[in-house]
Structures are given as structure tokens and as C-alpha cells.
Write a protein that binds this ligand. Structure first.
Ligand code: ATP
Ligand code: MG
Ligand code: MG
Length: 380
């Protein structure tokens, strides 16, 4: 059996492993924690990123290496690449894990972004605020996820507080100041590129975040013109080709005055693509496994409409979803903890009207009306 090695053992590795099984593919996951939730469904090797001997042993047991976690040090990825195929390649990972390099690349590729400036010192922050303006968001260039490593500035008067929160601790990694964009909506493109350049995207997904964490996704995004769809596809394809990218990635976009702005790129399967497990002909997880092994890619078309709820902190009662027509429950087997993604549910339906009906009824039974409301409104 081919074996795909996965760096990082969270829910993405778990769902990749589950998708690999029917293809006759095994996975081997490395994580520094023995509790990593992927370890419940596949083989887990407990090791640190800087444990060269353990990683060499890992590489010798797998056919290719991929990631569940974009913040694996680039040196670790490069060292592995001298031993075994690593997809996406370490160079692509290095760009996508640095917000400054990533946004610079977006602009080079013709994708506009929020105004931004690098910030390494307290003085840089004042200079950046003068250029970017307020409100703004100060972010660590690296290692941020789920809105962590970010500070929102309402005005220049918040500069000291922002610097205190992020400047000193993150000095070694650098920061970026971005203009706060009063966007109309957030979309993501989940795309896949194969080892021979074959490229496909799933239908655009509309996303809603709460406190910087994804709360709800709806796909295909109902309010999207063909022109916007084509522009988003073209941007994703240009970036993928420029990076010689192999595997699934997500491009997060803001829509402002009808124009697309690039927020970030995730060099891995993505939370906004979880709906593809039941809502598309081929899921992002299966296509990622296919892509990294050089297999033909599967159809990325949607079967109908789908909405995905993230369960953050703790899981609600499963029953209303388990009992629903085309309702799908995912429990990652993680311990409840504030702000932590512990599971999700996807509700599918043949059309927008019936999806709306199902959402209203399921959200009511779950006591999650507020979480479902943006999708209910849009489908209505
Ligand atoms: P992820 O979990 O998606 O990797 P992250 O921690 O990398 O998240 P971002 O995607 O940069 O963080 O930001 C999280 C959310 O915060 C965005 O999806 C968006 O809703 C909001 N946000 C981020 N940057 C901006 C901005 N410049 N203007 C307006 N809103 C923003
Ligand atoms: Mg991110
Ligand atoms: Mg994001």
C-alpha cells in the first residue's frame, strides 16, 4: 500500500486519513503530542519537528510527505525533501506561511490585497499606521491561525497596546499591519493541482467568521456572479502555477465594492472545504491524497447545496443532525477547550430552498439559530 506521511496530527490529518483508506492508501502521522486526534484513526509517530533522527525514520517509512499544519518549519520540510517527495514543496510552504511574502506574491500575480506594511519595531508601527490608516489589524507574519496572533486597532491611539500585545513577543518573527477592510462578504476558493499540473476548483464558498474563527460556510456561494467566479478561479490558478503547487489549497478572499482582495492562502486542506466530504462528488481530502500521489483528480462539482457549522469549544447535542435527512456529524475526538475546533456538521440538500428549511429546523433543535442565521437569510 502507498503510505502518505502527514506532518501534524489534528483534525485535517484525521480527515485525510479517513479519505485515504478507500483508495488503498495508508497514512502515517507525526505530531509532538501523543493525544493528537488523528492518532485515533491512523498510526501516529510522536516526535518534535527538530528531532532529525525521528523525522529521518518517518521519511523512510512513507512514499510522500504532506502537511496538516502550515507552520512546520521550512527547514524541516526541506530536510525531508532531500529524502522523499514533499507536496506542496517546501518553497511553496515557505511563502504561504509568511503573511508578508504571501501578500507580496498576491500583488505580483495581479490579486489586490488590503493595504499592508511590514512592522519590525515600534517606530515601524507608527510609520505603517501613517500609510495604512486606521482601523487596522496588526498580525504576526507567521504562526497565526484561528485569529490568534492578531490585534485590532481602532485608531492610532491603540498602537502602544498593540505593540505590547504582539510586538515584543513576536519580534523574532516580524509583524504586518493591514488595513481593516469593511468587506461585503468573505469567500474562499478551495482548489487542487495535481503533480502533472492538472487544476480544479470546487464551487466558491461563502464564509462567516466570529472573533476571527470560521463559524459557518455555505456552498456553492449563492450570491456570486460568473465574473467573480471566473476572477477567483483565475487568481487561484495563477498562484498555484507560480508556486508549482501540488495538492489542495485555499485562497481566502474579501469582496469589497464588488472587487476581490486576497486575505491569505492556506497551503493545505481547509476548514471552508469540509462541506466537500458530503456535498461534492470528490472531497478536498480525497483529492489531496490523489494529488500528492500523482493519481487522477476527482470531479470537484457540488452535488447540491451544503452548509457547514463549526463546533468551537464544545459539541452540541448530535441527535438533531444525526436524525436529519442528509445531515452529517463530525466529532474530531478532541477534548473540549475554549476556542478550539472540536467538530463540525454539514447539512446538504438538493436546492437552496430545501437547505434553508433544513437549517432552520436543525439550528432550532440545536439552539444554534444565531450561528445559522446568515445562511438562512441568504438562502431565503
Ligand atoms: P485562519 O484560521 O483562516 O488561518 P488566521 O488566524 O490566519 O485564520 P486571518 O484569516 O488573517 O487569520 O483572519 C481571520 C478573520 O479575521 C478573517 O477571515 C476576517 O474575517 C478577519 N480579518 C482578517 N484580516 C482582516 C482585514 N484586513 N480586514 C477585515 N477583516 C479581517
Ligand atoms: Mg491563516
Ligand atoms: Mg484565514
Amino acid at each position: 500500500l502507498p503510505v502518505v506521511g502527514i506532518l501534524g496530527g489534528g483534525q485535517l490529518a484525521r480527515m485525510l486519513s479517513i479519505a485515504a483508506a478507500p483508495l488503498g492508501v495508508r497514512t502515517l502521522v507525526v505530531d509532538s503530542s501523543a493525544d493528537a486526534c488523528a492518532g485515533q484513526v491512523t498510526q501516529l509517530l510522536v516526535a518534535d519537528w527538530n528531532d532529525d533522527a525521528a523525522l529521518a525514520d518517518f521519511a523512510s517509512q512513507v512514499d510522500v510527505v504532506t502537511f496538516d499544519f502550515e507552520n512546520v518549519p521550512a527547514e524541516t520540510a526541506e530536510r525531508l525533501a532531500s529524502q522523499v517527495g514533499v507536496f506542496p514543496a517546501p518553497q511553496a510552504l515557505a511563502i504561504a506561511q509568511d503573511r508578508l511574502a504571501e501578500k507580496t506574491l498576491f500583488r505580483e500575480c495581479g490579486l489586490n490585497t488590503p493595504e499592508f506594511m511590514p512592522v519590525d519595531t515600534r517606530e515601524d508601527l507608527d510609520r505603517a499606521l501613517a500609510v495604512v490608516g486606521a482601523p487596522a489589524i496588526l498580525k504576526t507574519r507567521r504562526l497565526g491561525y484561528d485569529g490568534k496572533g492578531q490585534f485590532r486597532l481602532r485608531s492610532a491611539a491603540d498602537a502602544d497596546a498593540a505593540w505590547e500585545a504582539l510586538g515584543a513577543p513576536a519580534a523574532a518573527h516580524g509583524l504586518i499591519l493591514e488595513a481593516f477592510v469593511p468587506f461585503e462578504r468573505e469567500l474562499s476558493v478551495v482548489a487542487v493541482r495535481g503533480r502533472h499540473g492538472e487544476f480544479r476548483i470546487w464551487p466558491l464558498t461563502r464564509n462567516w467568521h466570529t472573533d476571527g474563527v470560521l463559524s459557518l460556510s455555505l456552498a456553492p456561494a449563492p450570491d456570486t456572479s460568473d465574473a467573480l467566479h471566473e476572477a477567483a478561479t483565475a487568481h487561484a490558478r495563477t498562484l498555484a502555477e507560480r508556486l508549482n503547487y501540488v495538492g489542495v489549497f485555499a485562497l481566502e478572499l474579501f469582496v469589497r465594492n464588488g472587487e476581490l482582495l486576497g486575505n491569505e492562502m492556506a497551503p493545505r486542506v481547509h476548514n471552508s472545504g469540509h462541506w466537500t466530504i458530503e456535498g461534492a462528488h470528490t472531497s478536498q481530502f480525497e483529492n489531496h491524497i490523489r494529488a500528492v500521489l500523482g493519481m487522477p483528480l476527482g470531479d470537484t462539482g457540488a452535488r447540491g447545496c451544503a452548509a457547514m457549522f463549526n463546533w468551537i469549544g464544545d459539541m452540541p447535542d448530535a441527535r438533531p443532525v444525526l436524525e436529519a435527512v442528509d445531515g452529517h456529524w463530525h466529532d474530531y475526538g478532541k477534548e473540549a477547550r475554549v476556542g478550539r475546533k472540536v467538530g463540525h456538521a454539514t447539512i446538504c440538500a438538493p436546492d437552496a430552498g430545501s437547505l434553508r428549511e433544513r437549517l432552520v429546523s436543525i439550528a432550532g433543535a440545536l439552539g444554534r439559530e444565531e450561528q445559522a442565521q446568515p445562511a438562512v437569510d441568504l438562502l431565503g
